[in-house]
Design a protein around this ligand. Structure first.
Ligand code: SF4
Length: 330
């Protein structure tokens, strides 16, 4: 698959802004394309100094403003994610495009949607250019299709991000099932956030998957972690320094944990990893206020229970598990 990104936008923005030093951030899946990207910028002949961030970059939430300031960069060019939030620093988001022939896979998906008349449709950013054709395809097979709304952190109608599903929830009463174009990451988040069936059109593995068994498995794991966390005396509340990863108030949570007789310690990390957590031997359980997918997706990587903010409130009896399920886990 050829690497394709918003080249015209990049060139126009750089010619207009004429930055002296830029910090380039690349999504994990496109770090292999670093040389191509650098050459593209150098070929403009603007004399711009280019520094590439080697830090991990999992989402549009990870914009390296502190790094850019420390380096004296006057612009960040963030490749591979759509705009996630407003930032008090010059940033250009450059989206990438996966150009694939999706028709065979869409045809294959018709069996999975045969009992549904109304479909909710969402896509991960690499497939934005195909969404009108995909919508037309299903409409041509007698379906009524609604794109998820542009709400919260998403950049476009129908666009999906892994941590917030307001746009899907906004249409869930109108649809009988959701179709997600992309990979397992977004569809897994979606099935934890909405009550209707979620079907993944997995364009990378050429597969159609119903996400229900995964939903059941993860909800069991979450309930298990919440029960284990209730026994914890020393609790680490982990905040990440990434700008867009603020999912809950550490101060509020620390207060609630103290009221419940626990001993909270607020810990900051640039990125949560099992190795970093492992060294806090005396902490019995953690609440992470960074990307909620660390708790939900990486269950097997961590020995101690790790909860999201809302799961911690469930463990403390502030809200019920049923309430969380009703509103969606993510
Ligand atoms: S917080 Fe997590 S899911 Fe949301 S954009 Fe960032 S990495 Fe993706």
């Amino acid at each position: 698959m050829a690497f394709n990104f918003e080249k015209e936008k990049l060139i126009a923005e750089l010619k207009q802004r004429k930055p002296k030093r830029i910090l380039v951030q690349l999504a994990e899946g496109i770090k292999q394309n670093v040389s191509e990207i650098i050459k593209e910028i150098e070929n403009l002949g603007l004399g711009t100094e280019i520094i590439v961030s080697g830090e991990t970059c999992w989402g549009g939430c990870s914009v390296a403003v502190q790094e850019a300031r420390a380096l004296g960069a006057d612009l960040i060019v963030h490749f591979g994610h759509a705009k996630f939030m407003e930032i008090d620093f010059p940033v250009i988001y450059i989206e990438i495009k996966d150009e694939l022939d999706l028709e065979p896979l869409l045809k294959k998906s018709l069996n999975a949607v045969e009992n549904f008349k109304t479909l909710g449709l969402s896509y991960s950013i690499q497939h934005k250019q195909d969404i009108n054709e995909i919508k037309k395809f299903y409409e041509g097979h007698g379906k009524t299709v609604f794109l998820s709304k542009k709400l919260g952190h998403v950049a476009h109608e129908g666009h999906i991000v892994g941590c917030q599903y307001l746009g899907l929830r906004a249409i869930q009463e109108q649809v009988e099932c959701f179709i997600i174009i992309g990979n397992q990451f977004h569809s897994m988040g979606a099935c934890l956030a909405v009550k209707k069936p979620v079907i993944l059109i997995d364009v990378y593995n050429n597969k159609i998957s119903n996400m229900e068994p995964i939903r059941t498995k993860i909800l069991k794991q979450r309930a298990f972690s919440i029960e284990r966390f209730k026994q914890a005396k020393n609790v680490g509340i982990i905040t990440e320094t990434k700008l867009g990863q603020k999912f809950g108030s550490s101060k509020y949570l620390a207060e609630k944990l103290k009221q419940a007789g626990k001993e909270p310690i607020i810990i900051t990390m640039s990125e949560i990893t099992p190795e970093k957590i492992m060294n806090f031997y005396n902490i019995d359980g953690f609440v992470e206020l960074a990307c909620p997918r660390i708790a939900t997706d990486d269950f097997a990587k961590y020995e101690k229970p790790i909860l999201t903010f809302r799961e911690a409130l469930v463990a403390l009896g502030e809200i019920s598990w049923e309430e969380v399920l009703e509103q969606g886990l993510l």
